[in-house]
Design a protein around this ligand. Structure first.
Ligand code: PHB
Length: 395
């Protein structure tokens, strides 16, 4: 019975299979293990300010698996969900539960950069294949890159870099940044700074508050005195809804821009979001067949509109499918699995994407403008943008 089989290690399984498969007609440990469902851990926020982001990623992962008939590379998929609550302090322990207690074969997670660092610590040691469906922490695909960790979403640097480029090209000389005080906000500020600087502009002030606080008034009060022409911001989910509304009510004259600021939140932000420009790797109305099919299928399943988080979940699952198909379901065949994933060219709802040598997505960064409840794509801020991958030695 399958129950008597000890969970095979990746390398040991493959070697054992080669040695015994031809010699016997009795199902080998390997054959039985292959017949077992592949355990996929989803470590995501299902509560708190990022709950909707985690839900949309989950819907889209399930959607891709269903599109493939419930199997990837011939293996049934068993999903195990864990609510990480976007709490960095619990990140390592939660990742450990999935990897050691639940013995997941693959982990898809997470949304919050701080929690991702905890996951990274665990999976770099365990070697568990991990695909990131959102969290942008730069270090993961830079100095701390690892052969078993891929990112299907973005690096924190990428999108605000595109926004900075756009402002700089328009002649903006001085801009400020407002965000939560953790990796996603701070690294986004660095991208914004680099984009501006490339076109002769300057990021002159960064204002922050603790995640997930929403006491924005003291920060908003400082903005008019800064002598800047534009304000960039990183907030997402529930926090972004409140920030955009309060920025508007404060009557601040400088245009507000960002990356995720209006993503998946336009309905709740209402008129306050009208006209806000953002640079992101997705946008409403992207006219490609994959996006049309994806949006329809997502609305049918989730009963709400797709957003970038849904796209990233779908692409994380697409990337896993590419790897498992090449490895014929043998997750332990790391050579085949990783080779295929590194070379993947995905037909994403966001447009074509490829994987950089540091195992990060390369994609267009679109310029969008919020109009009548849509983040309308109005141009390309940075075509086929790769993160610099500084310090990563995988490639
Ligand atoms: C992050 O923590 O990396 C993060 C969270 C939400 C976003 C983007 C980045 O929308």
């Amino acid at each position: 019975m399958a129950t008597s089989i000890i969970r095979p290690t990746r390398r040991g399984l493959l070697q054992g299979a080669v040695a015994t498969a031809a010699a016997s007609t009795i199902p080998t440990g390997w054959a039985i293990a292959q017949a077992k469902p592949l355990k996929l851990g989803l470590m995501l926020p299902y509560s708190g300010t990022f709950a909707k982001l985690g839900e949309n990623i989950t819907f889209a992962v399930e959607m891709l698996i269903a599109e493939k008939g419930g199997k990837l590379g011939g293996r049934e998929i068993q999903i195990i969900k864990l609510d990480d609550e976007s709490k960095p302090e619990n990140g390592p322990q939660n990742a450990d539960r999935l990897v050691k207690r639940d013995q997941v074969d693959v982990l898809i997670g997470t949304v919050h950069s701080g929690v991702q660092m905890g996951i990274h610590k665990v999976v770099r040691e365990s070697g568990t294949l991990t695909i990131i469906p959102n969290a942008g922490a730069n270090a993961i695909t830079r100095a701390l890159c690892a052969p078993n960790v891929f990112r299907a979403s973005f690096s924190n640097w990428q999108c605000p870099y595109g926004m900075g480029l756009v402002l700089g090209k328009r002649g903006v000389k001085k801009a400020a940044w407002v965000s939560w005080d953790y990796a996603a906000g701070i690294e986004a500020a660095e991208g914004f700074r680099d984009g501006l600087a490339k076109e002769g502009g300057e990021l002159t002030k960064i204002l922050t508050l603790k995640f997930p606080e929403t006491n924005f008034q003291p920060l908003l009060a400082q903005l008019p005195e800064l002598g800047v022409e534009a304000v960039g911001a990183f907030f997402a989910g529930g926090g972004a809804v409140q920030f955009v509304k309060e920025y508007k009510s404060a009557g601040i004259k400088m245009p507000l821009c960002g990356a995720f600021l209006t993503e998946g939140t336009l309905e709740a932000q209402g008129a306050a979001a009208e006209g806000i420009e953002t640079a992101l790797h997705y946008g409403d109305g992207l006219d490609n067949p994959k996006n049309h099919a994806f949006r329809k299928a997502f609305t049918d399943k989730a009963k709400r509109e797709a957003d970038v988080y849904a796209v990233q979940g779908y692409d994380a699952a697409q990337l896993l499918a590419v790897g498992l198909e090449a490895a014929k379901g043998k997750i332990e065949d790391e050579a085949a699995l990783y080779k295929a994933m590194r070379g993947a060219k995905l037909d994403s709802p966001r447009g074509p994407i490829s994987i950089s040598p540091s195992q990060e997505v390369v994609h267009n960064i679109y310029l969008r403008r919020a109009e009548n409840g849509l983040n309308k794509v109005v141009g390309i801020a940075a075509p086929a943008l790769a993160d610099p991958g500084t310090g990563c030695k995988l490639g």
